[in-house]
Structure formats: C-alpha cells, structure tokens
Design a protein around this ligand. Structure first.
Ligand code: ATP
Ligand code: MG
Length: 371
C-alpha cells in the first residue's frame, strides 16, 4: 500500500527530499503516529512526525538539512524544508520514574517496534517506512481505527502519563471513537489511585490548552466533569484570592452548587474567549449548550455580561407545539421543527412579541402554509 499518495504535493516533496538526502539512512526513515492514523482514515494531515531508526541529529547533519534546533537528550531535531518546520525524532525507549512525571529516555536508536511501545493508543502506534512503503503495526492499530476503538498499549500507561486520558477524550470526540472496556476501566482506576506528588502540571496544561481550542471542547469538559478526571490534578494548582472572589460571584449568578468542581475547572477556564454577538438570538445559540458550571466559568474568565443576559431568555419556549401545528395541517416533522425554531427565535429577539398561543398561531399562518 502506498499511503504517501494520499498526501498533498508539498508534503510528498518534503518526504522525497528527506528520503533522498542521505543514502546511509534511506531504509531507516519513518512517518509515525497521528499522520499515519489520519492517512489510514483518509483525513487531512495536520503535521507530519518523522522518525529515524537511528540518530536523527546525525542524520540531519549528514543529509545536509537546514537544522533549526536540536535536543540532545531526546535526540530530536527541527529542520526547515520548503519553508516548513519539520520535527525529526530518533527511535527511543522511555521510562517513568514517578507517576505523571516527565519520562526519562534510556536508549535511542532502537528498533522501530521498540519505539512504538512508548506511545499512547494503538491507533497512534503505527509507523510507515517511507522507503519500503511498509506499515509497522505491532498493536493492530489499523484494526482499531476500523472499529473506532481507543485502546491503550499497557496497563500502567495512564499512571505513567495521565495526559493520555485527555488525549483520549480528544480522539473520542474528534473521531467519534469509543474507549475499549479495559481502557475505560484503567482510566477509572487511574483517577482513583493517582498520586500526583510528582505530576508535571505543565504537561496537563499544555494538553488542556490544545484540546480546549477545538470546536468540540465543551463535550470534553463534560467528560472531565462527569468522570471526575480533574481529580488527577486536584490540589496541584491554586487560585488567587481575587480570582476566588470573581468565581464566587459567578457561582451565585449562575446557581452553581458544585463549588469544588467549579474551583478546579476554573484553572482551565482560560480557553474561553469572548465572541462578538449581534443580537439576543446569537447569544442564545452560543450559550444554549453550556451547563451552569460552564456559564459560570465563562463569566469568571471573560466577565462578559452577555452570559448574564442569556439567563433572561434561556428557558424561552414556544407556547404551541408540534401537535398544534399538525392540527393546523402541517405534516412534515422537519418543517414543523423549523417553524417552532422560528417562533423561538422571534421570542428571543423580542420577549413581548407573542402573549398567547393564538398570537403564535397567527404568526405561523401569516408566514407559513401547510404543504
Ligand atoms: P494530532 O492529530 O492532535 O496531532 P497526534 O496523535 O499526532 O494527534 P501529537 O501530539 O502530534 O498527537 O503526537 C504525535 C505522536 O506522538 C502520537 O500519535 C503518539 O504516537 C505520540 N504521543 C504523543 N503524546 C503522547 C503521550 N502523552 N504518550 C505517548 N505517546 C504520545
Ligand atoms: Mg500530530
């Protein structure tokens, strides 16, 4: 199978340059992780991670590539090719001395299958040799991609690095995948047994920062709250006094009862940004998926009064329902849904527009006719 054919032309050119720049390493060059996963799923590729079965810094030098930076302990190198920054890593073995601490690299230049063992999910543990066009998939990740399954490689994986749980939530919602049973059990076990004394909180922040930039971030936040994933970083971070005051204010306005959850999540609320709204209906549409904790956090972070305004029309509903519309001769479900939505929109835009059911019926008959 030639996976590379699915890449855009520029990326193919970059791979050609890397492949043909040093004979010594020709058969030792792989692409790995997310890029292979995305190619197998026929998705657009975001960034390409290269992996050298050997020493990436030595490779970049011998290949005469334009080196931008290098990191000796991990034996990784950043190069620039066709105006693009490219990361090239060396195959390596990592061990974790403490739960959630940063890993220690114990060996570099190892066999490709050894390197794949340090990764998170089976779907991310696939390598592709760009010279032989061969796939290396020791954990059968391609099968899990087909079945939409998120499976961890070994039972200590989350204890080693709990950011993998957050990464898993990203893939769950991004691809509509499910955790396999054992993996989900290990997530619960990690949440309940995690000792965060040596946890690298920066790594947690970095991962949260990434996943909360996605459009589906509120779903991820819901999972974090529902499964109490935030327990992992509990007490590792502190709120400032002024922040607590603002948070308490938000807590009261939005009627939040779960104070602890609110405080914990507040630390991650930096991802909320304040959009521009043109009218009340835009405000309604934006906030309707927020629960009260999310509203409080949003307000805490942005101090945007539109969140408070939303409370005025949050429970707005048409007085008439589908049955009433059917009685008027409207049949099709989707059309009925559209009519009800337009009544709702009118009411959100102007709270006094309809006083009674009859007013709404009059509006419907004036603007729509039964098919
Ligand atoms: P995305 O599409 O968001 O870039 P990705 O899987 O490519 O997803 P990256 O952060 O780019 O995520 O990481 C590249 C690869 O490195 C992953 O596919 C995985 O193999 C490995 N990796 C990244 N983070 C971890 C981690 N915390 N633990 C183990 N392996 C990881
Ligand atoms: Mg990636």
């Amino acid at each position: 199978m030639n996976l590379l054919a699915k890449l855009p032309e520029k990326e193919r050119k970059i791979i050609d340059i890397i492949l043909n720049s040093c004979d010594e390493y020709k058969g030792k060059i792989y692409i790995v992780g997310g890029v292979v996963r995305d190619l197998l799923m026929n998705k657009d590729v975001k960034d390409i991670d290269f992996l050298i079965e050997g020493n990436a810094i030595d490779f970049a030098k011998k290949a005469n590539l334009n080196i931008k930076s290098q990191h000796e302990p991990f034996c990784t190198v950043k190069v620039e090719i066709l105006d693009q920054e490219i990361d090239i890593a060396s195959t390596r073995i990592e061990t974790y001395q403490y739960m959630g601490a940063l890993p220690t690299v114990t060996q570099t230049g190892v066999n490709i299958n050894e390197d794949l063992k340090r990764r998170d999910y089976t779907i991310n543990s696939i390598a592709y040799n760009v010279y032989s066009n061969k796939i290396f998939d020791p954990f059968l990740g391609a099968k899990d991609i087909q079945n939409g399954i998120l499976k961890i490689l070994h039972k200590n994986s989350f204890l080693d690095d709990p950011t993998r749980i957050l990464r898993g939530l990203d893939f769950k919602h991004r691809f509509n995948f499910k955790f396999d049973k054992e993996t989900y059990f290990l997530i619960q076990k990690c949440i309940n047994n995690f000792n965060n004394e040596h946890l690298s909180i920066d790594r947690i922040y970095l991962t949260l920062n990434k996943i909360f930039s996605f459009s589906y971030s509120s779903k991820i936040l819901e999972d974090i709250l529902d499964d109490e994933i935030y327990k992992i970083w509990l007490n590792k971070t502190e709120l400032k006094k002024t922040e607590i005051k603002k948070l308490d204010e938000a807590k009261t306005i939005f009627g939040v009862e779960e104070q602890n959850k609110l405080y914990i999540c507040a630390l991650e609320s930096f991802f909320y940004i304040k959009p521009k709204f043109n009218n009340n209906y835009e405000i309604y549409e934006f906030f309707k998926k927020f629960n009260n904790i999310q509203l409080a956090l949003y307000y805490f972070k942005t101090q945007d009064k539109n969140a408070v305004k939303y409370l005025e029309f949050k429970d707005t509903k048409p007085l008439i329902n589908g049955h009433d519309l059917k009685a008027l001769g409207f049949k099709q479900g989707e059309f009925i849904g559209r009519i009800l939505k337009s009544i709702l929109k009118e009411k959100v835009l102007n709270t006094n527009v309809f006083q009674t059911k009859d007013d709404e019926i009059e509006y419907v008959l004036k603007n729509y006719s039964p098919e």
